[in-house]
Design a protein around this ligand. Structure first.
Ligand code: GDP
Ligand code: MG
Length: 164
Protein backbone atom coordinates (compact mmCIF):
# COMPACT_ATOMS: atom_id res chain seq x y z
CA UNK A 1 0.00 0.00 0.00
CA UNK A 2 1.09 3.58 -0.67
CA UNK A 3 2.14 5.87 2.17
CA UNK A 4 -0.64 8.19 3.32
CA UNK A 5 -0.30 11.96 3.74
CA UNK A 6 -3.20 13.58 5.61
CA UNK A 7 -3.89 17.32 5.43
CA UNK A 8 -5.10 18.55 8.82
CA UNK A 9 -6.08 22.07 9.86
CA UNK A 10 -8.86 24.42 10.92
CA UNK A 11 -11.83 25.06 8.66
CA UNK A 12 -11.07 27.63 5.97
CA UNK A 13 -7.25 27.51 6.12
CA UNK A 14 -7.23 26.15 2.56
CA UNK A 15 -6.98 22.37 2.96
CA UNK A 16 -9.21 21.63 -0.03
CA UNK A 17 -7.51 24.18 -2.24
CA UNK A 18 -4.09 22.76 -1.34
CA UNK A 19 -5.36 19.22 -1.90
CA UNK A 20 -6.51 20.22 -5.37
CA UNK A 21 -3.25 21.98 -6.13
CA UNK A 22 -1.16 19.02 -5.01
CA UNK A 23 -3.25 16.51 -6.88
CA UNK A 24 -3.63 18.73 -9.90
CA UNK A 25 -7.32 18.16 -10.38
CA UNK A 26 -10.37 19.86 -8.96
CA UNK A 27 -11.59 16.97 -6.87
CA UNK A 28 -12.78 18.62 -3.71
CA UNK A 29 -15.00 21.60 -3.15
CA UNK A 30 -13.45 24.96 -2.29
CA UNK A 31 -15.76 27.66 -1.04
CA UNK A 32 -15.69 30.98 0.72
CA UNK A 33 -18.04 29.67 3.39
CA UNK A 34 -16.33 27.72 6.16
CA UNK A 35 -17.61 24.19 6.44
CA UNK A 36 -18.54 23.69 2.85
CA UNK A 37 -16.38 20.65 2.07
CA UNK A 38 -18.68 17.66 2.20
CA UNK A 39 -16.48 14.61 2.30
CA UNK A 40 -13.08 13.43 3.24
CA UNK A 41 -11.33 12.98 -0.08
CA UNK A 42 -8.56 10.68 -1.12
CA UNK A 43 -6.37 10.85 -4.20
CA UNK A 44 -3.49 8.80 -5.46
CA UNK A 45 -0.66 11.01 -6.57
CA UNK A 46 3.11 11.05 -6.82
CA UNK A 47 6.10 13.30 -6.46
CA UNK A 48 9.55 12.57 -7.89
CA UNK A 49 8.46 9.02 -8.59
CA UNK A 50 7.18 8.36 -5.05
CA UNK A 51 3.53 7.33 -5.08
CA UNK A 52 1.36 8.23 -2.11
CA UNK A 53 -2.25 8.77 -1.11
CA UNK A 54 -3.26 12.29 -0.17
CA UNK A 55 -6.21 12.78 2.18
CA UNK A 56 -8.20 15.99 2.75
CA UNK A 57 -9.53 15.46 6.27
CA UNK A 58 -12.02 18.32 6.12
CA UNK A 59 -15.42 16.73 5.77
CA UNK A 60 -18.29 18.68 7.29
CA UNK A 61 -16.64 21.32 9.44
CA UNK A 62 -18.22 23.25 12.30
CA UNK A 63 -17.54 26.98 12.36
CA UNK A 64 -16.64 27.75 15.94
CA UNK A 65 -16.89 27.10 19.62
CA UNK A 66 -16.70 23.84 21.55
CA UNK A 67 -17.86 21.95 18.51
CA UNK A 68 -14.84 23.20 16.59
CA UNK A 69 -12.38 22.05 19.23
CA UNK A 70 -13.81 18.55 19.49
CA UNK A 71 -13.95 18.36 15.72
CA UNK A 72 -10.29 19.37 15.48
CA UNK A 73 -9.26 16.80 18.08
CA UNK A 74 -11.12 14.04 16.27
CA UNK A 75 -9.68 15.09 12.92
CA UNK A 76 -6.16 15.04 14.35
CA UNK A 77 -6.67 11.64 15.94
CA UNK A 78 -7.99 10.12 12.72
CA UNK A 79 -4.96 11.50 10.88
CA UNK A 80 -2.59 10.13 13.52
CA UNK A 81 -4.15 6.68 13.24
CA UNK A 82 -4.25 6.48 9.48
CA UNK A 83 -1.45 8.66 8.08
CA UNK A 84 2.28 8.15 7.66
CA UNK A 85 2.93 11.87 7.38
CA UNK A 86 0.68 14.69 8.59
CA UNK A 87 0.58 17.95 6.70
CA UNK A 88 -0.61 20.49 9.25
CA UNK A 89 -1.97 23.56 7.50
CA UNK A 90 -2.34 26.98 9.11
CA UNK A 91 -3.23 30.42 7.75
CA UNK A 92 -1.08 33.59 7.74
CA UNK A 93 -4.22 35.76 7.48
CA UNK A 94 -5.71 34.60 10.79
CA UNK A 95 -2.28 34.02 12.34
CA UNK A 96 -1.74 31.42 15.02
CA UNK A 97 -4.93 30.50 16.88
CA UNK A 98 -5.81 28.57 20.04
CA UNK A 99 -7.08 25.63 18.02
CA UNK A 100 -3.83 25.55 16.03
CA UNK A 101 -2.00 25.18 19.34
CA UNK A 102 -4.39 22.48 20.50
CA UNK A 103 -3.93 20.44 17.33
CA UNK A 104 -0.15 20.99 17.35
CA UNK A 105 0.04 19.54 20.86
CA UNK A 106 -1.94 16.46 19.87
CA UNK A 107 0.27 15.96 16.83
CA UNK A 108 3.46 16.46 18.86
CA UNK A 109 2.43 13.81 21.36
CA UNK A 110 1.75 11.33 18.56
CA UNK A 111 5.41 11.32 17.41
CA UNK A 112 4.19 11.11 13.81
CA UNK A 113 6.15 13.10 11.23
CA UNK A 114 4.46 16.49 10.88
CA UNK A 115 5.09 19.04 8.14
CA UNK A 116 3.90 22.49 9.27
CA UNK A 117 2.75 24.75 6.44
CA UNK A 118 1.47 28.32 6.55
CA UNK A 119 -0.97 28.98 3.73
CA UNK A 120 -2.16 32.11 1.91
CA UNK A 121 1.37 33.50 1.59
CA UNK A 122 0.47 34.66 -1.90
CA UNK A 123 3.12 37.27 -2.61
CA UNK A 124 6.53 36.37 -3.95
CA UNK A 125 9.62 38.16 -2.71
CA UNK A 126 10.77 38.39 0.90
CA UNK A 127 8.97 36.05 3.29
CA UNK A 128 6.44 37.83 5.50
CA UNK A 129 8.01 37.96 8.99
CA UNK A 130 4.62 37.07 10.48
CA UNK A 131 5.48 33.47 9.65
CA UNK A 132 7.91 33.43 12.58
CA UNK A 133 5.15 33.19 15.19
CA UNK A 134 4.43 29.70 13.86
CA UNK A 135 7.77 28.50 15.26
CA UNK A 136 6.00 28.70 18.63
CA UNK A 137 4.10 25.52 17.78
CA UNK A 138 7.26 23.48 18.28
CA UNK A 139 6.81 21.65 14.98
CA UNK A 140 9.99 22.94 13.37
CA UNK A 141 10.35 25.24 10.39
CA UNK A 142 7.03 26.39 8.95
CA UNK A 143 6.80 26.06 5.17
CA UNK A 144 5.24 29.08 3.45
CA UNK A 145 2.73 28.08 0.79
CA UNK A 146 0.10 29.58 -1.45
CA UNK A 147 -2.46 26.96 -2.38
CA UNK A 148 -3.95 29.61 -4.63
CA UNK A 149 -0.83 30.22 -6.73
CA UNK A 150 1.10 27.04 -6.02
CA UNK A 151 4.11 28.78 -4.46
CA UNK A 152 5.91 26.52 -2.01
CA UNK A 153 4.08 23.34 -2.97
CA UNK A 154 7.26 21.69 -4.30
CA UNK A 155 9.06 22.21 -0.98
CA UNK A 156 6.12 20.74 0.92
CA UNK A 157 6.03 17.69 -1.32
CA UNK A 158 9.81 17.24 -0.94
CA UNK A 159 9.39 17.40 2.83
CA UNK A 160 6.52 14.88 2.81
CA UNK A 161 8.18 12.24 0.65
CA UNK A 162 11.43 12.56 2.61
CA UNK A 163 9.56 11.28 5.68
CA UNK A 164 8.19 8.02 4.21
P1 GDP B 1 -10.68 24.36 3.94
O1 GDP B 1 -11.92 24.66 4.71
O2 GDP B 1 -9.49 24.27 4.86
O3 GDP B 1 -10.81 23.18 3.05
O4 GDP B 1 -10.41 25.65 3.03
P2 GDP B 1 -10.75 25.89 1.47
O5 GDP B 1 -9.77 25.18 0.62
O6 GDP B 1 -12.19 25.61 1.24
O7 GDP B 1 -10.42 27.45 1.36
C1 GDP B 1 -11.06 28.37 2.21
C2 GDP B 1 -10.96 29.76 1.62
O8 GDP B 1 -9.59 30.19 1.57
C3 GDP B 1 -11.47 29.86 0.18
O9 GDP B 1 -12.10 31.11 0.05
C4 GDP B 1 -10.21 29.81 -0.65
O10 GDP B 1 -10.36 30.47 -1.87
C5 GDP B 1 -9.22 30.55 0.26
N1 GDP B 1 -7.82 30.14 0.04
C6 GDP B 1 -7.31 28.89 0.12
N2 GDP B 1 -6.00 28.88 -0.14
C7 GDP B 1 -5.65 30.17 -0.39
C8 GDP B 1 -4.41 30.82 -0.72
O11 GDP B 1 -3.33 30.25 -0.86
N3 GDP B 1 -4.45 32.18 -0.86
C9 GDP B 1 -5.61 32.88 -0.73
N4 GDP B 1 -5.55 34.21 -0.89
N5 GDP B 1 -6.80 32.30 -0.42
C10 GDP B 1 -6.81 30.96 -0.27
MG1 MG C 1 -12.26 21.82 2.76
Amino acid sequence: PNPIVAIVGRPNVGKSMLFNKLVGRRLSIVEDTPGVTRDRLYAETDWNGRRFTLVDTGGIEPESGDELLSFMRRQAEIAIESADVILFLTDIRTGLTASDREVANILLRSKKPVILAVNKMDSTGPTDPEIYEFYNLGLGDPYPVSALHGHGTGDILDACVSRF
